[in-house]
Write a protein that binds this ligand. Structure first.
Ligand code: ZN
Ligand code: ZN
Length: 371
C-alpha cells in the first residue's frame, strides 16, 4: 500500500498548491540521484515523492484521494505512470526542466558525490584536502569520438542525424511531447562505423582522479562543497558534471559546537571556585588562561569573545563559552574533614547569600546558559 502523499511530501492536508510544489521541489533536489549517489534508496524515494506530487498537484485527483484514499484513485483508473520516462533524471527533467531536457546534442556529464572527514581544528582554519574518486573520463584512444582511429564516422540511422527522438509522455501538467536524446548516437547524430576498441564506441572510460579541494574555514558537519566541472566527463563536446564534496566534521572531545560558538566545560575544585584563580582552558589556537572570579558558582559561564568558530563567508568569529563545573571534594581524609568542619562552622549568612532569584537559579541548574 503506498504511503499517504501528504506525509511523503511533509505538508499539511490544507496545504496550498504553492506549498505542495515547494515541498516537492525541495525533496526532489535532495533526492536527485546525480547528487545523491551515495544513498541507494534515493531513486525509490524520488519515485514515491513524484507519485505523491502527481496526486496532490491535480485538484480533481487530490479531492478523490481526500475522500476515498488510494483505493479511490486506483478504481478511478489512475495509476502512477513514470516508467515511460526511462531514467530517473529524465523524470526530474520533465518536472523541472534540466540540462538535457529538450536539448539536442551530446549529454552533459553526471555529478559525483564524495565524502571527506575533517576534524574541528581543520574546520576552524579551513583546509586543502586531497580527494580521490572515480570518474568517467574522455577516452584518449579515440579522443572521445568513439571511432577506432582511422575509421570513418557515419550519420546515425536511428535519428537520421538529428541527435534526438520525440516521444509522447503524460505528466502532471498534461500531455507533453518530449524530445529525448537519441539512444543510438547519444545526441551526436553520428556513429562510428567501427567502435573504438578501448571504450567500445562510448568515447569515455572510467578512471581514477585526485583533486585538491578547498574547504572553507567555518564549514559545519553535513555541508557540501560544489566543485564545478569536476564530475563525470560529458559526451563529446558537452560539459562535465560537477563534483560535490560532502564534509563530515569529527567531534572534538574538548568542545561542543553550537552554530559558530564553542562550548567547553572546566572542572574547578570547590575551594578554587570560592577563592578565585587564573586557569588554563583549551582554545582552537592552543591553551589560554582565564580569570576565574572568587565566588564563581556551579554552571556559571565565562565567555571569551571571538574565540569560537569563524562564520562561513562572514568575517566575525563566534565565542568560546566556558561552563564552570564545580567539583565538590570526595573521600576526605581526617585532616581535610576537620578543615572542612572548621570552614563550615565559620560560614555566615553573608557567605551564602546570592543575588540570584530562585527562578534564575533553577534556570541555570536546568542548563539554560542564557540565564
Ligand atoms: Zn575510445
Ligand atoms: Zn542518433
Amino acid at each position: 500500500m503506498p504511503r499517504d502523499p501528504y506525509e511523503v511530501l511533509g505538508v499539511e492536508r490544507e496545504a496550498s498548491e504553492q506549498q505542495i510544489k515547494k515541498a516537492f521541489r525541495q525533496l526532489a533536489r535532495e533526492l536527485h540521484p546525480d547528487v545523491n549517489a551515495h544513498d541507494p534508496d534515493a531513486e525509490a524515494k524520488f519515485k514515491e515523492a513524484a507519485e505523491a506530487y502527481e496526486i496532490l498537484c491535480d485538484e480533481e485527483r487530490r479531492a478523490t484521494y481526500d475522500r476515498y484514499g488510494h483505493d479511490g484513485l486506483r478504481s478511478g483508473g489512475w495509476a502512477p505512470n513514470f516508467d515511460s520516462f526511462g531514467s530517473i533524471s529524465d523524470l526530474f527533467n520533465a518536472f523541472f526542466g534540466g540540462a538535457s531536457a529538450g536539448r539536442a546534442g551530446p549529454a552533459q556529464g553526471g555529478d559525483i558525490a564524495v565524502r571527506v572527514e575533517i576534524d574541528l581544528i581543520e574546520a576552524a582554519h579551513g583546509a586543502k584536502l586531497p580527494v580521490a574518486f572515480e570518474a568517467i573520463e574522455r577516452c584518449e584512444r579515440c579522443h572521445g569520438n568513439g571511432a577506432e582511429p582511422g575509421t570513418p564516422i557515419e550519420t546515425c540511422g536511428r535519428c537520421g542525424g538529428a541527435g534526438q527522438l520525440q516521444a509522447m509522455t503524460r505528466t502532471p501538467f498534461g500531455q507533453m511531447v518530449r524530445t529525448m536524446v537519441c539512444d543510438a548516437c547519444h545526441g551526436d547524430g553520428r556513429v562510428p562505423k567501427q567502435p573504438c576498441g578501448e571504450c567500445r564506441g562510448r568515447g569515455r572510460v572510467a578512471g581514477k582522479r585526485e583533486l585538491e579541494v578547498d574547504v572553507p574555514a567555518g564549514i559545519d558537519d553535513g555541508q557540501r562543497i560544489r566543485v564545478s566541472g569536476h564530475g563525470h566527463a560529458g559526451e563529446a563536446g558537452a560539459p562535465a558534471g560537477d563534483l560535490y564534496v560532502l564534509v563530515g566534521v569529527r567531534e572534538d572531545e574538548r568542545f561542543v559546537r553550537e552554530g559558530d560558538d564553542l562550548i567547553t566545560a572546566l572542572d574547578v575544585a570547590a575551594p578554587v571556585a570560592a577563592l578565585g584563580a587564573t586557569l588554563e582552558i583549551p582554545t582552537l589556537e592552543g591553551s589560554a588562561s582565564i580569570d576565574l572570579p572568587s565566588g564563581t558558582q556551579p554552571g556559571e559561564v565565562l565567555t571569551l569573545r571571538g574565540q569560537g568558530m569563524p562564520a562561513l563567508r562572514r568575517g566575525r568569529r563566534g565565542d568560546l563559552r566556558v561552563v564552570v563545573n564545580v567539583v565538590v571534594p570526595r573521600r576526605l581524609s581526617t585532616e581535610q574533614r576537620e578543615l572542612m568542619e572548621r570552614l563550615n562552622d565559620s560560614l555566615t549568612e553573608e557567605n551564602l547569600r546570592s543575588q540570584e532569584s530562585m527562578f534564575a537559579k533553577l534556570r541555570r541548574a536546568l542548563g539554560s546558559q542564557a540565564a
